[in-house]
Design a binder for this molecule. Structure first.
Ligand code: PLP
Length: 405
């Protein structure tokens, strides 16, 4: 049976509109499609493939575990899960870990824990959750409603309640809404899907202070920023602010589905036996792979390498921009970077993505005004150079199409 893109439309629910090509193989930061065409990968599976494709340490961990034990459920614990949890707690503010299978599930657990913590400690009226416009926290009904784009949660019937949204990087906006009825504030330290927008340091310090004043928990959604992406294991380490709960996923598994919620022992206590759970959460295969990813990523060389590569990306994008003047600004941190388009190209981010794919380069967008780059954290300098040469051709193509229209 021929497997083609056309088959997608015949057999899949139409909630995605994938690219015309079907990739079949990857190695490092290169990917090949069914026709044998090769691509440089600056997308990294949306900030997931932090060690590129088929990293030997990950392949080894997965195959070794595949020959030992695949699944138990949480009726029993397993060695990879406990080893990974120990490494995560040793490396962060957290003392307890809950394993899930995705970012949305890690956030869902965080929100449910915050509600239960507040109920136990302060009673029913402390249930308000505050989040930020343009924030993105996943697609379960709770997390998508906490996310800051109503369009994503509209059209599915009654929404979970007691959720408010305020303006990112605007402390007065939060101050006007937060009260002793607030149980948690959920925030991305750098909004990814919302356009690659970093939070100001003073703003985050202010958010932390307001949470403390009103006995509200501060939840950092580090699903996209976490696991080395910004040049530290977690972005909070560079923010001068420590959250009470942190959600991590994406790069945590480097391509194997896993998410986790990290928190303190005192807060974790409120998710007592039976209050929450998942059949697959903490699956031995996922945790074995994640442990292998952790051992590579959480090293000074790799984390410093992210900062070095950030400079290479920024320099290359600045050089392209000098010629073509298409970016208003290149922003972001580490290898979560966004090139915000100038007025003339606003709304056309997808044109750059499509042109890049034609030149053999995978990039992402964040909304319609930002071209986003989330490559492997260990992408080679030669792959960056080659990818940027292809990106320059793509930019030239979009510019000449614009001039012709
Ligand atoms: C900040 C953030 N939170 C949560 C999610 C949802 O993660 P998942 O798609 O694994 O459920 C995403 C995905 O893009 C994200 O960027």
């Amino acid at each position: 049976m021929p497997v083609t893109r056309a088959l997608f439309n015949d057999v899949m629910v139409p909630n995605y509109n994938p690219a015309a090509i079907i990739p079949v193989r990857g190695e490092g930061s290169r990917v090949w499609d069914q026709e044998g065409r090769e691509y440089v990968d600056f997308a990294g599976g949306i900030a997931v493939n932090c060690l590129g494709h088929c990293h030997p340490a990950m392949v080894k961990a997965l195959t070794e575990q595949a020959n030992k034990l695949w699944h138990l459920s949480n009726v029993m614990t397993n060695e990879p899960a406990l080893r990974l949890a120990k490494k995560l707690t040793d490396a962060t503010f957290a003392e307890r870990v809950y394993f899930a299978n995705s970012g949305a599930e890690a956030n869902e657990a965080a929100l449910k824990l915050a509600r239960r913590w507040a109920l136990d400690k302060f009673g029913e009226s402390k249930n308000q959750i505050i989040a930020f416009y343009k924030g993105f926290h996943g697609r379960t009904f709770f997390t998508v409603t906490v996310g800051g784009q109503a369009a994503y949660s509209d059209g599915f019937g009654p929404k979970p309640g007691a959720i408010e949204h305020v303006v990112y990087n605007d402390l007065a906006s939060l101050e006007a809404v937060i009260s002793d009825s607030t149980c948690a504030v959920m925030i991305e330290p750098l909004q990814g899907e919302g356009g690659v927008v970093p939070a100001d340091r003073e703003f985050l310090a202010g958010v932390r202070a307001l949470c403390d004043k009103h006995n509200a928990l501060l939840i950092f959604d580090e699903v996209q920023t976490g696991f080395g992406r910004t040049g530290s294991l977690y972005a909070y380490e560079q923010c001068g602010v420590t959250p009470d709960i942190l959600a991590t996923a994406k790069a945590l598994g480097g391509g194997f589905p896993i998410g986790a919620m990290l928190t303190t022992a005192a807060i974790a206590e409120h998710l007592k036996v039976g209050t929450h759970g998942s059949t697959y959460g903490g699956n031995p295969l996922a945790c074995a792979v994640s442990e292998a990813v952790f051992d590579v990523v959480n090293t000074p060389e790799v984390l410093a390498g992210v900062k070095h590569r950030e400079q290479l990306f920024k320099q290359a994008l600045a050089a392209i921009n000098e010629k073509y003047n298409v970016f208003e600004e290149v922003r972001g941190q580490g290898l979560l970077l966004g090139a915000a388009l100038t007025e003339a190209y606003k709304g056309k981010a997808r044109d750059f993505l499509v042109a890049a794919a034609e030149e053999g380069l995978m990039v992402l967008v964040a909304g319609t005004e930002v071209v986003r780059f989330t490559p492997s954290l260990i992408i080679s300098e030669s792959d960056i150079t080659e990818g940027m040469a292809r990106f320059e051709k793509a930019v030239a193509k979009v510019v000449s199409a614009q001039q012709a229209s």
